[in-house]
Design a protein. Structure first.
Length: 420
């Protein structure tokens, strides 16, 4: 089941590569997509039940949950840089990514042993450490496997497979909660077993992607890598980091959106894990087409458009529309399209800007800027919910997102005008 194609055949040669969504992708991309699929089944089983488990089951306040959600986004952000640096120095991106996957699998088992909100938070922080460690090396493996003009498509294929796991995870959690007497512990047990399977698949099927060009002597394991500040001299990367950070500050976490939607729909706790399924289904269907669209129209434009869709989801939750299936479908569809237009697209935009010897570090720096901003945003949103209520908090976040979108779009237009 390990699909492999020659990267040289993809990049070199006078014959144009065949077009269309069914064209084979490099084996590294496909294998990593399968690993992410399995791992996301495990992760989303936990994520789907976590808001209710913490707030309804363990009595965590909205402010505390906002801090925890921010921890998910950014508390381990600096570790991304460390992991990226290690991966670039050793050229062992697969090993660094595998360490992150293994740490997250161990944390799934640890959830069975903790029973207080902040002990759960400590385990989740360790789990996010694993995610922070693996994400940049994994994305670097993808980026180094394809030429610059196909970055969006490659990340679209990977994110589609990844999102298939995000679709199946909440369904699995729903099934376990439906049949198990002690539902949450059963969810954590099944999640741990699936996470271990993902680590085994990574070890067996993922191959280290070759560098697209000879690695400079300065990037050899025995010579020091160029300093990280070298990346800051790349104007394109600086702009991407600033854009991701400004927009990330006003990005409402999907866990909060699901809680707000549950309140509007008066949905029972048993059906709560099904809300992420709608988002994942749209993300799954849209990831590859949107990635290919970003390759043609421009990845920055698609990235900004994705945040406009998130603003639309917030607006729909605030609008005085009847609570029912159309409201749920609209919010979940807009949220799924937001992820399709931003997640892989941001990495695809950054990849061609970075030298091969600093590819992992550069992607980690971008992810860190976005994660720290989302960490701050989640804290602010949780505080606003606690002080003024969920409606006012969502209104403030939506207004901030709209203003930041306008500011980023105007600044981008001025730069384009100066360069023409």
């Amino acid at each position: 089941m390990y699909l492999s194609t020659s990267r040289a055949a993809d990049i070199a040669g006078d014959t144009p590569a065949p077009k269309g969504p069914l064209r084979a992708v490099p084996g590294t991309v496909f294998a990593l997509g399968l690993v992410s699929l399995v791992t996301d089944v495990s992760a989303e089983m936990v994520t789907a039940v976590l808001p209710l488990y913490l707030m309804a089951g363990l009595g965590m306040s909205p402010l505390a949950f906002g801090a925890l959600d921010g921890l998910h986004q950014g508390a381990t952000a600096l570790l991304r840089l460390a992991g990226g640096r290690i991966a670039d120095r050793t050229h062992r991106r697969k090993l660094v990514a595998g360490t992150g996957y293994a740490l997250s699998a161990v944390c799934k088992a640890a959830l069975l042993a903790v029973t207080t909100p902040w002990s759960v938070a400590a385990v989740l922080a360790a789990d996010r450490t694993g995610k922070g460690l693996r994400t940049a090396p994994r994305d670097a493996l993808i980026s180094l496997s394809v030429p610059p003009e196909e970055q969006g498509r490659a990340f679209g294929v990977h994110r589609a497979l990844d999102t298939a796991g995000a679709l199946l995870g909440p369904l699995a959690a729903f099934g376990v909660l439906w049949v198990a007497v002690d539902g949450y512990e059963a969810v954590f047990t099944v999640s741990c077993c699936i996470a271990v399977l993902g680590v085994v698949m990574l070890a067996l099927f993922v191959r280290e992607a070759p560098s697209p060009a000879p690695v400079p002597a300065a990037a050899s394991p025995r010579a020091p890598l160029p300093p990280v500040r070298t990346l800051l001299r790349l104007p394109g990367l600086r702009r991407l980091c600033l854009t991701a950070a400004v927009l990330g500050l006003f990005t409402v976490g999907d866990a909060f959106l699901y809680l707000l939607l549950q309140r509007r729909l008066d949905l029972s706790a048993a059906y709560f894990p099904l809300l992420p399924v709608g988002t994942a289904a749209v993300f799954l269907l849209a990831a590859l087409p949107v990635g290919r669209l970003a390759d043609r129209l421009g990845r920055r434009r698609v990235f900004l458009g994705g945040h406009a869709l998130l603003f639309g989801a917030c607006l729909l939750l605030l609008a005085p529309v009847p609570a029912g299936a159309p409201l749920a479908a609209g919010v979940l569809a807009l949220l799924g399209l937001f992820y399709a237009a931003t997640d892989g697209v941001l990495m695809a935009a950054a990849g061609p800007l970075l030298p091969a010897e600093l590819r992992t570090t550069g992607l980690a720096a971008l992810q860190t800027a976005q994660a720290l901003a989302r960490f701050a945003g989640s804290l602010l949103f949780g505080a606003a919910w606690t002080l003024w209520g969920p409606g006012q908090a969502l209104g403030l976040a939506a207004g901030g997102l709209l203003l930041s979108l306008a500011a980023v779009a105007v600044s981008g237009g001025r730069r384009t005008g100066r360069s023409s």
